[in-house]
Structures are given as structure tokens and as C-alpha cells.
Design a protein. Structure first.
Length: 332
């Protein structure tokens, strides 16, 4: 129950909004560069960047430019970066072997960041889609995305990433049993301090469209991901998934997409009180940028407002393509 409040005019709720100092005193949430995980796209080649057309302001960069990005992020106070590879078509196969190649683009990028900025926390993505000829996160057999054989591959991928120096593994595939399989393998490979930030409540969302352009998966994807990613209509199911992932050894959990799923963030935080992250995905970024570029919204203001909303919804942090720009503004 809320404490009773006096009636008007003894209570005037505008009083505490009347001066900037009073507003600052009673402000409930704050945003800081330490709240951000910055997702970046890497590609093969040398000393180049190419823009991602459906994500204005976002580029794919060659591995040799990743170190610069890490130094920039570190200077801005961003504690973590997350790597996504643009894999060449030649390296996309039915057996997805490139996924656990110690020298694949992701693993090269992990080493490049850790070498340039050892304190930068490097997060990875664990799923087969960048390496799969048909764009799915798991192996496809007779038109079905198979679970258990996929988990074995995800474990190999996880160990290759941990061996390369990753601090945070991000299984994004939504297969069942992957967290315990990965956790067990980490323990037996002397990687007991490698953390898992599970993409726990990952919805089958159309907001991933621009990302699939960025990693070259749009054309590759046959069918949809509805048999493994969550139904956007569901909420209780997200709590079952969080409970399951925590029992299997996840250190942190994620809700994805972000802005349309703030209700899920709040339920997860209230129910479990564990480190909870949201992913403000490519489509969320694209729609804000598109409106800003048309002069329909103030880009910086909606960016900060959208990011603060994650804190208000109970998140400890957010994966966002806005990370460097938002950090720059927050640092004044
Ligand atoms: C791949 C993966 C996706 C995203 C992160 N990891 C796409 C998908 O599941 O199809 C989406 C990120 C974004 O849209 O910004 N498993």
C-alpha cells in the first residue's frame, strides 16, 4: 500500500518539479556510460569500414580497426563491447565449421580488443547463423532446426571464444540445454571465471531486420525462427526461461528486443533480482535514426530517453548501437 498523501493544496506534486535542483534530488534513475555494452560488426579485409545502409551511423569494420574502436570506447567509459562477424559466403556451410575456427573473425576480434585494451570486457554471440548456409541459429535437418546436435556445436564455439580471451559469452540461439552444456565445458576447460550473459528471453522479432542485413544473413535465411525464438505474445514463459537459465549456470540474463519488451524486463528484475540486461536491437536503432534524419524527432533526446527507460524498467545495462554517441553526451 502507498502511504496516504494529503489532499490538494497541502500536496502539490508540481512542487518537487519546480526547480532543477529539486528535480535532481528526487530523480529515481540515472544513465551512465557504464550501463552500455556496445555491439560492433567486424569483417575481413584491411583498414576499411563500410556503412550498414539500414543502420545509419553504424559500420562494419575490419579487424585491424577494432582496436581503435576499443580504445575509443574505453576512453568514453564504456565497459564492454560485443562482437558480431560478417562472414563471407564461402565460410557459410551446412556443417558451420567456421563457427569454432580459432581464427575466425570473431576470435580474431576478441584477441585484438584484449590486446589493445585488456580492461575492456569482450562479449560474444553464440549461435550458428553467421556461419550457416541457411541462416538459422541451429543445424537444419529435413527442414527442422535440431536441438541437441546444435548444442554440441555451440559448446565448441564457446570454448574457442573463451580460449581467445572472451569475458562474457552470449548464447543467442535459444536451444534448450545450452547453458548447462556450455557451463560444464567452461569448468572442465579451466575457464571457470568466464561469464555467461544468456539471451534468455529472445523473441522472434521483426525488429532484427537491419541486423540481418549487417551480418549478411537476410538473404540466407530460409523460413522464420518461430520454433526456437519466443512468441511475442508471451510473458510468463520468459520467467520460466530465466529460472531455467539461472539453474543451468547463467550469470546474467537478457531480454531482447528492448523497447517493446520493457514489461518483460520489469517482471524479470522483480521476480529474480539478478543482473538483467536488455538489447536495444537494430530495428529500434533504425527507427529512431530514421525519424531523426527526417527531422521528425530530436535524435539525441529520444536516444537518451529510450536508454533511460531501460534503467527505469529495472535493467542493469543495455546493449545499444548508440553507446559511443550516448556516452559522449553523458560525459558532457
Ligand atoms: C543471432 C543474433 C541476432 C541478433 C543478435 N544475435 C539476430 C537473429 O536472431 O536473427 C539481433 C540483434 C539486432 O537486431 O540488433 N543469433
Amino acid at each position: 500500500m502507498r502511504p496516504t498523501q494529503a489532499s490538494f493544496p497541502a500536496t502539490r506534486l508540481r512542487r518537487l518539479r519546480s526547480k532543477p535542483g529539486l528535480r535532481a534530488m528526487v530523480r529515481e534513475n540515472a544513465l551512465s556510460p557504464a550501463d552500455f555494452i556496445w555491439p560492433i560488426f567486424v569483417m575481413a579485409g584491411k583498414d576499411t569500414e563500410t556503412p550498414v545502409p539500414s543502420m545509419p551511423g553504424v559500420v562494419r569494420r575490419t579487424v585491424d580497426r577494432v582496436a581503435d574502436a576499443a580504445r575509443q570506447a574505453h576512453a568514453l567509459g564504456i565497459p564492454a563491447m560485443c562482437i558480431f562477424p560478417y562472414t563471407s559466403m564461402a565460410n557459410r556451410t551446412e556443417d558451420c565449421a567456421e563457427a569454432w575456427n580459432p581464427d575466425n573473425l570473431s576470435n580474431q576480434a576478441i584477441r585484438a580488443i584484449k590486446e589493445a585494451v585488456p580492461d575492456m570486457m569482450v562479449m560474444t554471440d553464440i549461435a550458428l547463423d553467421p556461419y550457416n548456409i541457411n541462416g538459422h541459429d541451429g543445424f537444419v535437418e529435413n527442414g527442422q532446426i535440431v536441438n541437441d546436435r546444435t548444442v554440441e556445436a555451440l559448446v565448441k564455439m564457446a570454448i574457442a571464444q573463451a580460449d581467445s580471451g572472451a569475458d562474457i559469452l552470449g548464447p543467442s540461439d535459444m536451444m534448450d540445454g545450452r547453458i548447462s552444456a556450455i557451463r560444464e565445458a567452461l569448468e572442465s576447460h579451466k575457464h571457470q571465471d568466464v561469464t555467461i550473459l544468456s539471451y534468455t528471453a529472445k523473441y522472434a522479432s521483426a525488429f532484427y531486420g537491419p541486423f540481418r542485413d549487417a551480418v549478411g544473413a537476410s538473404a540466407a535465411l530460409s523460413g522464420d525462427k518461430n520454433t526456437y525464438q519466443m512468441d511475442p505474445a508471451n510473458s510468463d514463459e520468459a520467467l520460466r526461461l530465466v529460472e531455467r537459465d539461472l539453474r543451468e549456470g547463467a550469470d546474467m540474463v537478457m531480454v531482447k528486443p528492448g523497447m517493446p519488451y520493457l514489461d518483460i524486463c520489469r517482471r524479470v528484475k522483480d521476480s529474480f533480482g539478478v543482473p538483467t540486461f536488455a538489447y536495444q536491437v537494430s530495428g529500434e536503432y533504425a527507427m529512431l535514426q530514421a525519424a531523426a534524419q527526417n527531422g521528425w524527432l530530436n535524435g539525441d533526446q529520444v536516444m537518451l530517453e529510450s536508454l533511460l527507460a531501460f534503467k527505469r524498467a529495472g535493467c542493469d545495462g543495455v546493449l545499444t548501437y548508440f553507446a559511443p554517441r550516448a556516452a559522449e553526451i553523458l560525459n558532457g
